[in-house]
Design a protein around this ligand. Structure first.
Ligand code: HEC
Length: 194
């Protein structure tokens, strides 16, 4: 004989729809060969900053001008607002566009090219950050394996969890208030400016 209680709970279980697993909607995805699938909709993500002619070296071509625009996936942005640091499955896109002038009614300064020259990505997965390179128009971003200079510069100079929050004006005050700034950058901030 089937015990009524067991029968009822078995019936309830069969009627309860399976709960979806807790997934991060905008998490990074990979190809079978380990490349990162280019996040096609990153222009709908959260915008953090634009840099103009930022360069890693002091000697650059004065006639070559570029913009970089930085975006982060919305779920990680919301987590940063709450905690001052980045959760697992964070993806940053740094998009590079040419600086143009003069076009249309613009007589001075620079506007951004419609063509994307390339993208660099910074992804936190399984607690580990990795860098990827996406040439203009490509669909898959290639891993840049450590030890590339990407890793050393970001580890040594970036303000929060190897990301350059010191240049993301809406995020730096949050990191300060949550005390998540790296000891190295705290020291840099305390040093007298030249
Ligand atoms: C000498 C220092 C330096 C090196 C080397 C470097 N970066 Fe960065 N990176 C920066 C700075 C500064 C920013 C902030 C950009 C801004 O404010 O627009 C940045 C921002 C980024 C971001 C936006 C997310 C974040 O982490 O803040 C990505 C993505 C990125 N870099 C990718 C790369 C890749 C890929 C390489 C290697 C090919 C690289 N970087 C090498 C200094 C560096």
């Amino acid at each position: 004989m089937i015990k009524p209680v067991l029968f009822v709970s078995a019936l309830l279980l069969s009627l309860t729809p399976a709960l979806p697993p807790a997934v991060v909607q905008d998490a990074p995805a990979y190809t079978a060969s380990g490349s990162l699938v280019a996040p096609g909709n990153y222009r709908e993500w959260v915008y953090l900053t634009s840099g103009v002619d930022m360069s890693y070296s002091a000697t650059t071509d004065p006639d070559h001008h570029v913009f970089d625009n930085v975006f982060v996936n919305p779920e990680s942005y919301r987590a940063f607002l709450a905690t001052g640091t980045w959760p697992d499955k964070t993806t940053f896109v740094l998009e590079i566009r040419g600086a143009e002038s003069p076009i249309s009614i613009n007589k001075r300064g620079h506007t951004q090219s419609t063509e994307v020259m390339g993208e660099e990505l910074h992804v936190k997965d399984n607690g580990k950050w990795s860098f990827y390179d996406l040439p203009g128009g490509a669909k898959e971003a290639k891993l840049i394996p450590p030890p590339a200079t990407c890793y050393t510069c970001h580890e040594q100079h970036a303000a929060v969890d190897t990301t350059f929050v010191q240049f993301y004006p809406t995020l730096l005050p949050i990191a300060k208030s949550k005390n998540t700034i790296s000891p190295a950058f705290l020291k840099e901030m305390a040093a007298p400016t030249k």
